[in-house]
Design a protein around this ligand. Structure first.
Ligand code: SAM
Length: 256
């Protein structure tokens, strides 16, 4: 899977000054840089535009209303992020060509990548648990139609089943597969979330981003610790956490 990740440059070959040694890894933008665009008005507008093209959903409608009210009340000073705004911003900034998502439900988070990068290759894993968290979980055919509503034209694959089995099996069948962007938002148990994160990390491209949802969700208060132990404590990842409002979200850039 080839890709042209923005902010990934081999400084030796790109450098006109003739240096012969490669001192730093080739990543030009870490989480601090990428977090700067997270709160752009264009991110909130872009998310609202995509939400508006999807089938109505109680939770998505609430978030869209929350964002509209926040922007209206606090204007350019408003600071809010969630899985959708983070994916919109990262997908656009990094020019993502390949995306893996664990935990798809009705495609709300996936739509952020499909809507900003309509040619990207996407693979989604879900058990399609009935009545997930009191919300309907209509399955892969529905999600495919939702992506088509956005004008998405890339290769889209859904793999149904328990991610702790299906993701390792997929990697076994695709030993070379790597991704520009990965989201872990499936099994929310401490062990399950940790397992998913550790399984996908080696498949994240250098310069790519991993997103983890719900780090301050009141029903999953341990997830921030899971994130810190499995990802942000690693020296080859540069990470960012948003915990001010909502359920929180974290992302990290693989530096080497
Ligand atoms: C929070 S929802 C995903 C929401 C989606 N990322 C979004 O923001 O629109 C979690 C999803 O993970 C799925 N799930 C839970 N445990 C799973 C497991 N062990 N393997 C695969 N999927 C799982 C559920 O069926 C549900 O659809």
């Amino acid at each position: 899977m080839s890709s042209q990740l923005r902010f990934y440059k081999d400084v030796v070959t790109a450098n006109a000054h003739g240096q012969s040694a490669k001192w730093y890894p080739p990543v030009l933008a870490g989480a601090q840089t990428l977090s700067r665009s997270l709160f752009d008005a264009s991110v909130y507008r872009g998310c609202a535009d995509i939400f508006g093209k999807l089938s109505p959903d109680e939770y998505a409608d609430f978030i869209a209303g929350f964002i509209a009210t926040g922007v209206e009340t606090h204007g350019k000073h408003w600071r809010y992020a969630d899985i959708c705004t983070a994916l919109f911003s990262l997908s656009r900034s990094l020019c993502v060509d390949s995306y893996l998502e664990i935990g798809v439900r009705r495609g709300r988070s996936m739509s952020m990548v499909a809507g900003t990068r309509p040619q990207a290759n996407i693979v989604g894993f879900d058990l399609w648990l009935d009545n997930y968290a009191g919300l309907e979980n209509p399955g892969p055919d529905f999600v495919r139609q939702e992506m088509e509503r956005l004008g998405y034209k890339g290769a889209l694959e859904f793999i149904s089943g328990n991610s702790h089995e299906t993701v390792p099996a997929y990697f076994g069948q695709h030993p070379e597969a790597t991704f520009d962007l990965i989201t872990v938002d499936g099994d929310h148990s401490p062990e399950g979330a940790m397992t998913d994160l550790l399984t996908v990390l080696p498949r994240l491209r250098i310069g790519g981003a991993i997103v983890f949802d719900d780090i301050v969700h009141p029903q999953h208060t341990y997830l921030k610790d899971v994130w810190r132990r499995s990802v942000s404590s690693k020296t080859n990842f540069s990470s960012y956490e948003f915990t001010d409002l909502g359920y929180g979200v974290a992302f990290a850039i693989r530096r080497s």
